[in-house]
Write a protein that binds this ligand. Structure first.
Ligand SMILES: O=C(O)c1cccc(C(=O)CC[C@H]2O[C@@H](n3cnc4c(=O)[nH]cnc43)[C@H](O)[C@@H]2O)c1
Ligand SMILES: [Zn+2]
Length: 376
């Protein structure tokens, strides 16, 4: 077992079987997190703005789907998944990610996955999540587009009714799949007969190296004209120029990761001035080896520069984390107490694409929870 999945009192690591007392790995729980802070985080109402649909499949769901489709190379044993979800670099991560995408073959698989993802979010007191979905990956594998939309919408409505967690969708272009995938994604996102009610934003994911952002401008223009918000990944595995491209060409309102922005003081100043939040996913950056160690993560520089930082989990079971653990990691890196952690949760709600009344409701909940916690 590799140690970056060791998380004794943290999230359900990929195996869910990590023995208590396992030495913490670079992204595991920190002795330095103040006593009681993990409990505070666990009960804190939160919003998750950067989490991938397929990348959120729990070990139980992955093994259930792998057992259904025995031709797949994905292990059926949740323990074996820990090694399977250990990545040598970003390209290896995408290769493994796509092998899990290959397991989603029917509208029922889509519905099950979506509903279970919502259940996992609700368990962490996530009140609102924008889930990044790549419809192209499913339709090109033969899932009927109408049935796909019905499956995610059905799960969204059931999750809201049963768990109280509000889900919204970000449809992303898998950039490396080329302009055909961009055309297909924007068509699915803007065709009034298909576009799901829960869709709020338009994204761009996958590898960045060799996939320049400007080529996607016409597709983002169409999505924005149809009322969608622009949230591309940028600066995860390439330099700050990619983030500039996302801002100027794709009119990004938030940036997925934006890690390399720290290398460009002018960019940091621009992000701060224009209040463009970064969707920071610390453990993801270590797991894909985009950043070497957590202590080298630039989150502190973002905060110091006045950039709005939101904390997110990206592909939590694949990275042996969950949103609560990401808040604990951020608390250690930023040296936060309960008030500081609550401020991070507030920033995520404010940076979300939820309507004003929905935002106010969660913000009130955060305040009530935080003052009840600090009242003896
Ligand atoms: O589905 C296909 O057939 C296909 C063909 C070629 C390339 C791709 C992709 O590149 C899919 C990548 C997929 O990865 C998702 N994702 C999940 N986590 C991350 C992340 O941290 N950074 C970037 N992308 C991520 C993303 O949603 C893409 O759809 C697919
Ligand atoms: Zn992502």
């Amino acid at each position: 077992m590799t140690d970056h999945h060791a998380a004794p009192d943290g999230p359900a690591a990929p195996s869910g079987l990590t023995a208590p007392g396992t030495p913490p790995g670079p992204t595991g729980p920190d002795a330095a997190v103040r006593p009681g802070l993990r409990e505070f985080i666990a009960g804190l109402p939160k919003a998750e703005l950067h989490v991938h649909h397929v990348g959120s499949a729990s070990p139980r769901i992955v093994s259930e789907l792998a057992a259904r489709h025995p031709d797949s190379k994905v292990p059926t044993d949740p323990e074996a998944l820990v090694d399977y979800f250990t990545f040598t670099d970003f390209a290896h991560f995408i290769e493994v990610y796509l092998s899990v995408v290959d397991l989603i073959r029917t509208p029922e698989d889509v519905r099950l996955l979506t509903y279970e993802v919502a259940r996992d979010l609700a368990r962490q007191q996530v009140r609102y999540a924008e889930l990044t979905i790549t419809p192209y990956s499913s339709t090109r594998r033969g899932i009927d587009e109408r049935a796909f939309m019905d499956a995610i919408e059905d799960a969204r409505k059931a999750a809201e009714a049963e768990f109280g967690t509000v889900l919204r969708w970000c449809f992303d272009i898998p950039g490396e799949a080329g302009l055909t995938s961009a055309e297909e994604t924007v068509r699915l996102a803007t065709d009034d007969r298909l576009r799901p009610e829960g869709l709020v934003s338009f994204g761009l994911g996958g590898p960045e190296i060799g996939v320049p952002r400007p080529q996607f401008k016409p597709y983002f223009d169409r999505a924005i004209a149809a009322g969608l918000r622009s949230v591309p990944h940028a600066g995860e595995t390439t330099g700050p120029e990619t983030v500039w491209d996302a801002l100027t060409e794709l009119r990004a309102e938030r940036i997925g990761h934006g890690t390399s922005s720290a290398r460009d003081p002018k960019l940091l100043a621009h992000l701060a001035e224009h209040r463009i939040p970064l969707e920071v996913c610390p453990t993801s950056n270590i797991a894909t080896r985009a950043v070497r160690t957590l202590d080298e993560h630039p989150i502190k520089e973002f905060v110091r520069a006045g950039v709005l930082v939101t904390i997110n989990s990206d592909d939590p079971p694949m990275f042996g984390t969950d949103l609560n653990n990401e808040y604990a990691v951020a608390a250690r890196l930023l040296e936060l107490d309960e008030q500081g952690v609550a401020a991070l949760a507030r920033t995520a709600v404010e940076a979300s694409f939820l309507d004003p009344a929905g935002k106010a409701r969660i913000l009130d909940e955060i305040d009530a929870y935080t003052s009840a916690w600090s009242t003896p």
